[in-house]
Design a protein around this ligand. Structure first.
Ligand code: HEM
Length: 143
């Protein structure tokens, strides 16, 4: 991702945050429309899952320009996803649902550049999570 894309993601995330409930319900609605079988993977309460997802994305978005220190935590998140039954191909379905929800929440602010920037951010995050599944677990140091 280039510097401008990072700024675009961070600026548009402010709008997503302001409409986070709408964003997450659209995201899960679309995810389950694209692949209803994915519903079986979610055992817990979807409300708290939505909050956790957005907190993680928020943390990643705020550190996009300095992602390096967050990599071990994102690897660990990817490894936990293996345990939830998430397969590599599910990431592209989630990416499509993510972009669909983003388009609806941002409306006219979802320009082609913003879409490209978010696609790059989602791919970077998913890529780091998937890398984590190929490596043995490391202790994660919390500040
Ligand atoms: C960028 C990609 C993703 C991010 C940032 C993300 C983030 C999270 C977070 C923060 C949690 C809370 C639990 C934890 O921290 O371990 C979680 C749980 C979960 N995620 Fe994801 N996730 C991503 C991709 C996916 C994909 C592609 C799927 C499959 C469709 C998925 C399915 C699940 C499931 C099944 C749970 C457990 C929920 C439960 O048991 O109720 N996630 N995810």
């Amino acid at each position: 991702m280039n510097e401008q894309q990072i700024k675009q993601v961070q600026a548009s995330y402010e709008l997503v945050r302001a409409r986070s409930k709408q964003f997450s319900s659209l995201f899960y609605q679309r995810l389950f429309e694209l692949d209803p079988a994915l519903m079986d993977l979610f055992k817990g309460d979807l409300d708290s899952q939505q909050t956790k997802l957005l907190h993680t994305v928020e943390a990643v978005v705020s550190t996009l320009d300095q992602l390096e220190p967050a990599i071990p935590t994102i690897h660990e998140l990817g490894r936990r996803h293996l345990g939830y039954g998430v397969k590599p191909e599910h990431y592209s379905i989630a990416g499509a649902a993510w972009m669909w929800a983003l388009d609806r929440v941002l409306g006219d602010d979802c320009t082609m550049e913003v879409k490209l920037a978010w696609t790059a951010a989602f791919c970077a995050l998913a890529g780091i999570m998937l890398d984590g599944t190929k490596q043995p677990a490391q202790p994660v140091l919390q500040p």
